[in-house]
Design a protein around this ligand. Structure first.
Ligand code: ATR
Length: 277
C-alpha cells in the first residue's frame, strides 16, 4: 500500500522503458515487506544533473543509472566507492543525509552470477570479448577474483590497450575468430553486442577451449545466445547473462534498504516472462 511512509527508488535512463529493474525491485519490496516503490525515470542526458539534485531534495532513497548516464553521474557524486572509481561509472546512487553516494554494483553482479551458476571456475586465464563500458566492470571483477591473465580482445584494438590501466593482468588482443590463446582459456566472456536479438552473431570457434572452460555472455536477449548455444553443444559450462542483472540489483537494494533480497528461480522466471512480452 502506498502511504505517507512509502520509500521511492528507481532507474534513470534515456531510453528507460525497456528496463527490467522495476520488475525486480518491486518483487523484492513484496518479498521483504519494505514499504517502497521502484519506478522508471526517463531523463534526457542534458537534464541528468537537475534530475539527480531534485531527487536528493525530494528524499528519494536511491536510483540506478543506465545508458547513457553511468559515466556522467560520477562527477556529480559527493562520494564514490572504489569499484565505481576503478570502472569509471556509477550504476547506483544512494541519497543520504544531504549527500550523493555513488556505487558500481555491476562487477559484483557479474561475479556473483558466475559463482552461483557455474559448477567450477578455474581462475587462471580469462578471455573478454569487447572493450566497452560493460567490459570494464567484467575486467574489474576478474582482477578482484584473482585471474592471472585477462585477455581483452576488441574490434578496436586501441580500446583494448586502454584496459591495461584498469588491471596489470590485462593483455590486449587483436580481434580474431580463432585466437591462438583459446586453448589456455578457463573463462570466456562476451561483452559485445554481437548475438543480441537483431544483431549479427559472434563468429568464434570454441572447439580449442579446455573441457572444463566456462562460457558466459552478458547479453540476455535471447537468454541463450548463439555463443552459449555453441558452448552447450560442445559440452562446456554455460552461464547466461540474466543473473548479472539480478545480482547487481541485489547489491543496490541492500545499499538503499539494508536488506539483502533473495535471487531465486521464481524471480528469474518472473523477469523472463517480462523479457518475452
Ligand atoms: P557496453 O556499455 O554495453 O559495453 P559499448 O561501450 O557500446 O557498450 O561497447 C560495445 C562493445 O561491443 C565494444 O567492444 C564494441 O567494439 P568497438 O570498441 O570496436 O566498437 C563491440 N562491438 C559492437 N559491434 C561489434 C561488431 N560488429 N563486431 C565486433 N565488436 C563489436
Amino acid at each position: 500500500m502506498i502511504n505517507g511512509k512509502t520509500r521511492l527508488a528507481g532507474v534513470m535512463g534515456w531510453p528507460v522503458s525497456h528496463s527490467l529493474s522495476p520488475v525486480i525491485h518491486n518483487a523484492w519490496f513484496r518479498q521483504t515487506g519494505i514499504n517502497g516503490v521502484y519506478v522508471p525515470f526517463p531523463v534526457k542526458p542534458e537534464e541528468l544533473e537537475q534530475a539527480v539534485r531534485g531527487m536528493a531534495a525530494m528524499g528519494v532513497a536511491g536510483v540506478n543509472l543506465t545508458i547513457p548516464h553511468k559515466e556522467w553521474v560520477l562527477p556529480l557524486c559527493d562520494e564514490v566507492d572504489e569499484a565505481a572509481k576503478r570502472i569509471g561509472a556509477v550504476n547506483t546512487v544512494l541519497f543520504k543525509e544531504g549527500k550523493m553516494h555513488g556505487f558500481n554494483t555491476d562487477a559484483y553482479g557479474f561475479w556473483q552470477n558466475l559463482e552461483e551458476r557455474a559448477r567450477f571456475v578455474r581462475k587462471h586465464v580469462a578471455l573478454v570479448l569487447g572493450a566497452g563500458g560493460a567490459a570494464r566492470a567484467v575486467v574489474a571483477a576478474l582482477d578482484a577474483a584473482g585471474f592471472g591473465t585477462i585477455y581483452v580482445m576488441n574490434r578496436t584494438f586501441a580500446k583494448a590497450e586502454q584496459f591495461k590501466t584498469l588491471s596489470p593482468k590485462v593483455v590486449p588482443l587483436e580481434w580474431n575468430a580463432n585466437p591462438a590463446q583459446m586453448k589456455e582459456v578457463d573463462l570466456l566472456v562476451n561483452t559485445t553486442s554481437l548475438g543480441m536479438k537483431g544483431e549479427a552473431s559472434l563468429e568464434i570457434d570454441l572447439s580449442p577451449l579446455p573441457s572444463y572452460a566456462v562460457v558466459t555472455d552478458i547479453v540476455y536477449t535471447p537468454l541463450i545466445t548463439p555463443l552459449l548455444a555453441q558452448a552447450q553443444e560442445r559440452g562446456f559450462q554455460v552461464v547466461d547473462g540474466l543473473g548479472m542483472l539480478l545480482y547487481q540489483a541485489q547489491k543496490a537494494f541492500h545499499i538503499w534498504f539494508g536488506q539483502e533480497p533473495v535471487v531465486d528461480d521464481a524471480l528469474r522466471q518472473k523477469v523472463l516472462e517480462h523479457l518475452l512480452c
